[in-house]
Design a protein around this ligand. Sequence first.
Ligand SMILES: *Cc1c(COP(=O)(O)O)cnc(C)c1O
Length: 228
Amino acid sequence: MSTLADNLSAISARIASAAQAVGRDPASVQLLAVSKTKPASAIREIHAAGVRDFGENYLQEALTKQQALSDLPLIWHFIGPIQSNKTKAIAEHFDWVHSVDRLKIAQRLSEQRPAGLAPLNICLQVNVSGEDSKSGCTPADLPALAKAVAALPNLRLRGLMAIPKPTEDRATQEAAFASLRKLQEGLGFGLDTLSMGMSHDLEAAIAQGATWVRIGTALFGARDYGNT
Ligand SMILES: *Cc1c(COP(=O)(O)O)cnc(C)c1O
């Protein structure tokens, strides 16, 4: 069995070779370790191996782990669907939110961001695969949403996020990521972030400009939802 540090080396090598394949500096792609369902001890181990940024999907689970890890200088990213009644705790306890897809949530996050903290970094989640069931705003709604979010005082709009429909076909993967990149380019807000690519499709995402890849399974192993 591989250790977490071995998994991290393998992921770092995949990121570096994917970046080099398209002439990008590997340092322009950041690793977000997605630790949902994984214990604080695993986060501690990955942090000791050099990772600073962790992504969580479930608020209560995240808050429990943050408390257990409060001695470490970690940067926390919220990446899951957001209900209105969760915005206050998210605004108080996270540095980034990747999954904002409607204005009401952004307004609440801005109002509830504590005065002593830096603006909350925001990515707007876009539904690039066109499935009804998925989270994310539509490409058609994106320009108005981005304009309104960019004007909120306690948020800093950084870029876009997508979770395309899973596929093993590289051309299909790249087409979805390319559409997110083009949407970002079309907005013209000086955005610097594309949060796209997971364990199975990080190479395609990096080829199309990802600046954050969100990696769970390939780093921490398969998730067991039965134990959470
Ligand atoms: C779980 C999750 C990931 C990580 O997915 P893996 O396939 O395990 O790498 C990335 N992004 C989001 C939004 C997730 O919910």
